[in-house]
Ligand binder design. Structure first.
Ligand code: NAD
Length: 276
């Protein structure tokens, strides 16, 4: 049974989902179809991933009811202008074959091809919720200063902030700023995009409790309270990553993994303050 997290707008989201970054479009329908068979009911995609239509296909072919699958997408960096937010949101709904989306995020704070800023983008996202076509609006890769700006200028806090976080980069500054505004944290790259899987400390804990390293890392995230959606295109790994609710790490094991943090040096993705 996957626990749910209640967001600051009263909606709920499964704490474990399935990520689709770098899943090629031609393999997405089969991959997401397998994830749904395994039991995942929360799929994370993005306009920039180029696979929304195939995610929509997999859900349609699964026979699952619309309200059984939680769906997230993200507005692309080239679509930050409010008119583009509305147009590209319509395209996202069409590709995913839904008339309402569960969660839509500003993918990165810095726009390309637009000299306005993310506050105007945020206002359009909030408007989509008011129109009733979007259940929850959120952001991704927002640093504390980005959060302060949108909340200061609109009075509306995002439901989630999806940020890079894993044992090598705990990203506690952005997590703390999010929590101060009751914003749920989604940890992207929960396995450090694979980098943390061979870690000796993680391997030692995994051997001691007869679990896979991926399960130890994902369990650490769950016990920190973050929402995660690891990505694998292999069924056995999808199953492994799904089986993390029948054991717990001790406080000492949690502390050992906490101690692996390398600060910003541990990032595997771009710095949100400069990436566009
Ligand atoms: P991840 O941390 O989930 O790692 C994926 C890598 O780990 C893949 O190479 C996979 O083969 C390997 N792996 C997965 N399970 C394994 C297992 N059990 N055993 C061994 N290897 C395993 O990285 P990710 O895909 O980048 O992050 C997860 C999701 O987060 C993405 O798919 C995407 O949906 C989202 N994401 C969002 C952003 C953003 O800017 N908002 C950026 C990156 C990723």
């Amino acid at each position: 049974m996957i626990p749910s997290t209640t967001l600051n707008d009263g909606t709920t989201i499964p704490q474990l989902g399935f990520g689709t970054f770098l899943v090629p479009p031609e393999e997405t329908a089969a991959t997401v179809g397998t994830a749904l068979e395994v039991g995942y009911r929360h799929i994370d995609t993005a306009q920039l991933y180029g696979n929304e239509a195939e995610v929509g296909q997999a859900i349609a072919e699964s026979g699952l009811a619309r309200d059984e699958v939680y769906l997230t997408s993200k507005v692309g960096n080239g679509e930050h202008k409010p008119d583009d937010v509305y147009r590209s949101f319509d395209e996202t709904l069409e590709k995913l074959r839904v008339d309402k989306l569960d969660l839509f995020l500003i993918h990165w704070p810095l726009p390309t091809r637009y000299d306005g800023d993310f506050v105007s983008t945020w206002k359009a996202m909030v408007d989509l919720v008011q129109q009733g076509r979007l259940a929850s609006a959120g952001v991704s890769n927002f640093q504390p200063a980005h959060l302060e700006r949108i909340i200061g200028e609109t009075g509306v806090a995002p439901a989630v902030n999806q940020i890079e976080a894993h044992p090598y980069f705990r990203n506690d500054d952005a997590r703390k700023a999010s929590h101060e505004h009751a914003i749920a944290v989604e940890a992207w790259g929960p396995l450090g995009q694979g980098a943390v899987l061979k870690d000796e400390t993680v391997g030692g804990i995994a051997a001691a409790i007869d679990r896979a390293p991926s399960q130890v890392i994902l369990r650490w995230h769950i016990q920190r309270g973050d929402i995660i959606f690891p990505k694998s295109m292999r069924r056995e790994r999808m199953v492994e990553n799904f089986q993390i609710f029948d054991f717990a790490l001790t406080d000492e094991q949690m502390a050992q993994i906490d101690a692996l943090d390398r600060g910003p040096e541990g990032r595997v993705g771009p710095d949100p303050d400069t990436f566009d």
